[in-house]
Design a protein around this ligand. Sequence first.
Ligand SMILES: O=C[C@H](O)COP(=O)(O)O
Length: 250
Amino acid sequence: MRQKLAAGNWKMNGTAAALAEVDALNSHSSIAAVDVVICPPATLLSRMSERLTHSSIETGGQDCHPAASGAHTGDVSAAMLVDAGAAYVILGHSERREDHGETSALVCAKAGAAMNAGLTAIICVGESETQRDDGTTLTVIEDQLAGSIPDVVTARNLVIAYEPIWAIGTGRVPTLSQIEEVHDFIRTNLITRFGEKTGAATRILYGGSVKPSNAAEIFHVVNVDGALVGGASLKANDFSAIITALAASA
Ligand SMILES: O=C[C@H](O)COP(=O)(O)O
């Protein structure tokens, strides 16, 4: 039985005032029923983690460098995320693959560093609209999975997030059968590569315009174990409604 996971990716949003949303979220009873993680900007990570010391809500980073330390101006290592209280790190988000030219090989190196530091890596994969239209979605996902996941993983330190790029922040969502097709494909891929035990126990999240209004139907799709939520994770009311829907699907 896979524990459901609701992950909030705040992206480059939020200053200290936004921590009030975390306090509000923390007061919702639904958070106890599933795993919840919020990945704020690096500048807020320590303060958010301290604020959540006695909460079941965990925190995560949005990226890390593959090296443990050194001359890498502007970067943050996996150990630094752990030091700031993080339990998770998002890696290979399409915004980093596009904005920073991150390759799957680099994502793989980052994931290895994250796992080595004790973090759970949420590795993102997803096709562009052109690739969807060209019918190459599953090939793209297969290549990203093969290149981005290190060989030595466990079901505890790996989460896959399927995020079709064309659905991120657009209000457009794939059909439920499209989501099911890709999630089933990822499940089979994980079982083939890592064996039944690890492959069947690894959580697969859907991400891309998840809202309170569409969360319940998405969470009833087979092999959807939760969501990676962007915009709707910034407001406690919206994120708690999504978490409630996830808890109800368990
Ligand atoms: O990491 C989160 C995803 O990019 C989804 O963002 P969104 O919920 O704003 O579409």
